[in-house]
Design a protein around this ligand. Structure first.
Ligand SMILES: Nc1nc2c(ncn2[C@@H]2O[C@H](COP(=O)(O)OP(=O)(O)OP(=O)(O)O)[C@@H](O)[C@H]2O)c(=O)[nH]1
Length: 398
């Protein structure tokens, strides 16, 4: 796995590592239109990006993805099989897809390097990731964290938070959006760009002012208060006084957080501000290498150590279990796999110039538990898929 720490080059030292831009935005913020716009922009610059769709529930996107979660996971089937609602279906689909994270990274690393067999093909410069509109499902799920952490441990990674500017122009909606952005940043621990979208309808200069001048925000707050914009009766819980003082305190707290953000005004519809957006991406990628990388490296080393300890413990337990009860019936592993097989298919990559070996088969997934156990003994660097199967088996043995 390439490490984002290895200066800015891939393991072979052949090319600059691409930047991962993860687009996050509330439903209706214009995330899909924005994705479409930045993809078209990069194509026009003859720097086609590598696109990953992580939204299993999206019915149609106006752009093509190189890796699409929908090719591997059947969201409707997941809901049916596990009797889940829409959000549970998205979470479980992401969980299933997260077991393929090593394969995804393998494909990305291949595309990030020069290909001696195809010297005319330029290594990719940008990896664009689309996420579900249900932000919390992605940001606060274990699989969302695994996917983000894995990307960030291999490539400089930046979050682009898309905001619906016309719907963020009151002090209360502005503040709630900023709190959301703040929670995403602290959860992901990644540099963030705020893309104020739809500026063809409403200019984002008010946001720029509120983020740099605390007095200006407080003045706007008093204005809203005087217009009784918050409703309610003072002193009765949700009334004017309460809301106003809450927003005031939050603005004091968030003022420090604003220093870490880049704000860009864009219109995905009209293509305004896209060059500025990519300037911000460049800046944030540098910031990632300078400020975020050391912390990520430390966390990754900690996780690896922890994983190794747990694996050794599990193997020890397994050895004991096998010597007492004989070999594990292969049907146990087979049954467990069958359950997932219906909903989870192999990872596919859309590529016009790749050989068919880019369609990664799941041969290893199909091996019995015994074979997986032996593989784990031989390879210390086994995949998450094997870990998950082990954990599943051990769980059933408890
Ligand atoms: N005026 C204007 N409208 C925009 C802009 N970007 C997107 N829209 C509109 O906003 C609406 C929502 O856009 P989408 O791109 O579907 O937004 P989304 O965030 O992907 O929404 P979901 O698909 O519900 O998650 C559509 O009607 C778009 O045409 C923009 O820059 N300006």
């Amino acid at each position: 796995m390439a490490s984002a720490s290895s200066s800015a080059t891939d393991p072979a030292g052949q090319s600059e590592l691409p930047v991962v831009v993860v687009c996050i935005g509330m439903a209706g913020s214009g995330k899909t239109t924005f994705m479409q716009r930045i993809i078209a922009h990069l194509h026009a610059k003859k720097e086609p990006p590598y696109v990953i769709n992580l939204d299993p529930a999206v019915t149609n996107t106006s752009f093509q993805s190189n890796i699409d979660i929908r090719d591997s996971v059947n969201y409707k089937k997941v809901m049916e099989e596990y009797r889940l609602g829409p959000n549970g279906g998205i979470t479980t689909s992401l969980n299933l897809f997260a077991t393929k994270v090593d394969q995804i990274l393998g494909l990305l690393e291949k595309r990030a390097a020069l290909d001696p067999a195809n010297p005319t093909r330029k290594p990719i410069k940008h990896i664009l990731v689309d996420t579900p509109g249900q932000i919390e499902v992605f940001m606060w799920s274990a699989s969302g964290t695994i996917l983000l952490d894995s990307l960030a441990s291999s490539f400089p990674t930046v979050i682009a938070y898309i905001i619906d500017t016309p719907r963020t122009s009151s002090t209360a909606t502005f503040m709630s959006n900023m709190l959301y952005a703040c929670s995403i940043m602290y959860k992901s621990k990644l540099p963030m760009i705020l893309a104020f979208n739809k500026t063809d309808v409403k200019d984002a200069s008010f946001a720029q002012e509120w983020m740099t001048d605390l007095d200006a925000f407080q003045e706007a707050l008093h204005g809203d208060e005087n217009r009784n914009a918050f409703g309610g009766v003072e002193g009765e819980g949700a009334g004017t006084g309460y809301m106003s003082s809450l927003l005031n305190s939050m603005s004091l707290m968030l003022h420090e957080f604003y220093h870490h953000l880049n704000l860009v005004s864009v219109s995905a519809l009209q293509g305004i501000g896209i060059d500025e957006f990519f300037e911000a991406v460049k800046e944030k990628a540098e910031e990632f290498k300078r400020d975020y990388q050391p912390e990520l490296e430390r966390r990754r080393a900690e996780r690896e150590e922890d994983k190794k300890r747990r694996r050794e413990k599990e193997l020890e337990k397994m050895m004991k279990g096998m010597s007492m009860g004989g070999a594990v019936p292969s049907s146990a592993a087979g049954e467990a796999k069958d359950e997932d097989d219906d909903a989870l298919g192999p990872l596919r990559e859309l590529s016009s110039d790749e050989d068919s070996d880019d369609e990664i088969d799941d041969e290893q997934d199909r091996e019995g538990l015994q074979a997986r156990y032996e593989a784990a003994m031989q390879q210390q660097e086994d995949s998450i898929t094997a870990d998950a199967s082990f954990a599943k088996y051990l769980h059933t043995q408890r």
